[in-house]
Design a protein around this ligand. Structure first.
Ligand code: F0G
Length: 435
C-alpha cells in the first residue's frame, strides 16, 4: 500500500511561474521564469483529490513511519514524501529535521483571553531554525543535479543551515552576508560547518542581488528561498503541525515575515492539503513584520498587494531585516487565499513579547517573537476571537541571538561580586526584600 500511495501522489513535478503561469521542466540557475523572470513554484499536475479511504491510509502511513528508524522516516520532512518531489533515499541529505514540538502558551492564553493558543517551535530543528526543513530538500536536489558547491545570501539562519547540510553531504558552501548584521551565534555556525563566508558592506537585499550575478557566472547552486525546492521542504511544516494536532482544523497560524519564503511555504502546504481533500478548511495564515522592515504590510495597506513597496529595513530582529522580499507575490497570494492578516510590530512590542515567551520557559530569537506581538494586535482588533484556535510559528532558537538579551534590562543579573557566601546572601536578601 505504501508503494501505491507514493506512485499515486509522487508523480511528475513541474515548475510554474507564479506570475504568468508559464510551465518549465528545468530550472535556470536563478530559478526565474524564462518568460517574465518572476519566481517559480513546484506543481504536481497529476494530483487529484483523494478518496476518504486513501486519505485515511496516507495519514496512517505517516503515523506508522514515526515508529521506523529509517532516516527518511525519522525526518519530519521526508516522512511526508508522498507530497514531495521523488528523491531516492540514497540521495537524501537529512539531519533528521522537523519533529519540532508544539507547546501550549498558558500564561499568554490567559492574558489574551484565548482558549486555545499554542506555539510550534521550529527553532528546535538541528541547526536551530526552520530553514533546515527546506534545506534538506533543496540540498538533496543540488546533489541529484550534480552540484558540488552551494551558496546563499543570508541574515544568518539560512547560512547556518546550508553550512550544516552541505558539510553533512560533503559539499562546499559559500555565504554572502551583510557585514555587522548577523549575530555571532549564526556566524559561528557557518564557520564551524566550513562555509566560506563573505561579509559585504550592504544589507541582505544587496547580498541577494549580488548573489544572482555570482551564480550567473560561477557554478554554485542557489539555496535562498527563491529556490522552489526550499519551499517544498518548508511546506511540510503544515503537514507536521496538523499531524501533531490529530488533523483537527485550525483557525489561525501566525508567522514572522522576512523574505517571505516561510509564509509562502506554509500556505502552499495548507492549500495542497485542502486540494487533496486531506483537510476541509484552511486556517487563516497571518504574517507579522517588524515595523522597521515592513514592506509587505505597506504593500497590502497601500495597494492591496498589487505592487511591492520596498523599504530601507532597520530592526534589531536582524533575521528579518529585509526591505525587498523576494517571495512577496507568493505571500500576497497566501494572505488572499487564506484570509490572513498582515501586521507590523514595534521594537518594544517585540522585546516585550520575547520576554513573555521566556517567562513561560519558551526561548526564541527576536524575529520569532513578532508572532506573539502581532497576535496581541489581532486579538485587540477582533480579528482573532476568544474561541478560535491559534498556533504561533517560532522560527529560531533563542541561543541564536544571546546578545539581544544581554542588551536588555534583565534585572536578575547581579554582579560581578566577591565570591563569598555572606556577599551572596546579602545580595539575595536585598533582592527578595525589594520584590
Ligand atoms: N525568522 C527567522 C528566525 C529567520 O531567520 C527568518 C529569515 C525569518 C523568520 C523570516 O522568514 O524570510 O522566509 O520570511 N531568515 C533568512 C536568513 C532571511 O537568511 O536566515 P522568511
Amino acid at each position: 500500500m505504501r508503494a501505491t500511495t507514493e506512485t499515486l501522489l509522487g508523480g511528475r513535478h513541474i515548475l510554474r511561474c507564479v506570475h504568468c503561469g508559464t510551465e518549465q521542466r528545468a530550472a535556470d540557475p536563478l530559478f526565474q521564469c524564462e518568460q517574465c523572470q518572476e519566481l517559480l513554484e513546484a506543481r504536481y499536475p497529476e494530483w487529484t483529490p483523494l478518496k476518504p479511504r486513501e486519505t485515511q491510509q496516507l495519514k496512517r502511513t505517516w503515523r506508522e513511519r514515526r515508529m521506523s528508524n529509517a532516516p527518511e522516516d525519522v525526518s519530519g520532512v521526508w516522512r511526508y514524501r508522498e507530497l514531495l518531489p521523488v528523491i531516492a533515499p540514497q540521495h537524501i541529505v537529512t539531519l533528521k529535521e522537523g519533529n519540532t514540538p508544539v507547546w501550549p502558551l498558558r500564561q499568554a492564553s490567559r492574558r489574551l483571553g484565548l482558549e486555545n493558543l499554542r506555539v510550534k517551535h521550529q527553532g528546535m530543528n538541528p541547526s536551530g531554525s526552520f530553514k533546515d526543513t527546506g534545506m534538506s530538500v533543496a540540498l538533496s536536489m543540488a546533489r541529484v543535479e550534480g552540484f558540488e558547491v552551494v551558496c546563499c545570501a543570508s541574515t544568518g539562519n539560512t547560512s547556518a543551515s546550508m553550512a550544516a547540510y552541505a558539510a553533512h553531504a560533503g559539499m562546499k558552501s559559500i555565504v554572502l552576508l551583510p557585514a555587522g548584521y548577523v549575530t555571532a551565534g549564526k556566524l559561528a555556525q557557518a564557520l564551524e560547518f566550513g562555509s566560506t563566508v563573505l561579509q559585504l558592506r550592504t544589507d541582505f537585499d544587496g547580498c541577494l542581488r549580488l548573489l544572482y550575478d555570482v551564480v550567473r557566472r560561477f557554478r554554485a547552486y542557489l539555496l535562498n528561498s527563491v529556490n522552489p525546492w526550499r519551499l517544498e521542504g518548508q511546506k511540510t511544516l503544515a503537514f507536521e503541525l496538523l499531524d501533531q494536532l490529530d488533523w483537527q482544523a485550525l483557525d489561525h497560524v501566525i508567522v514572522p515575515g522576512g523574505n517571505l519564503g516561510n509564509s509562502s511555504a506554509l500556505g502552499k502546504g495548507m492549500i495542497e492539503l485542502l486540494e487533496l481533500g486531506i483537510i476541509d478548511r484552511l486556517p487563516k495564515i497571518s504574517i507579522i513584520q517588524a515595523a522597521g522592515a515592513n514592506p509587505l504590510v505597506r504593500t497590502m495597506r497601500e495597494n492591496g498587494g498589487r505592487e511591492l513597496i520596498p523599504v530601507e529595513a532597520e530592526t534589531r530582529a536582524t533575521a528579518i531585516r529585509i526591505g525587498n522580499p523576494a517571495s512577496w507575490r507568493k505571500a500576497v497570494a497566501v494572505l488572499k487565499r487564506t484570509g490572513g492578516a498582515c501586521e507590523d510590530v514595534t521594537e518594544d512590542e517585540i522585546r516585550l513579547a520575547k520576554s513573555e515567551l521566556g517567562a513561560e520557559g519558551i526561548g526564541c530569537e527576536p524575529a520569532s517573537a513578532t508572532t506573539l506581538a502581532g497576535l496581541k494586535k489581532l486579538v485587540r482588533s477582533g480579528f482573532v476571537k476568544a474561541d478560535e484556535s491559534v498556533v504561533l510559528i517560532l522560527t529560531g532558537n533563542m541561543l541564536k541571538d544571546a546578545d539581544y538579551l544581554r542588551q536588555g534590562d534583565k534585572q536578575q543579573l547581579i554582579g560581578p561580586m566577591e565570591a563569598d557566601a555572606a556577599t551572596v546572601i546579602r545580595a539575595l536578601e536585598k533582592l527578595y526584600a525589594a520584590n
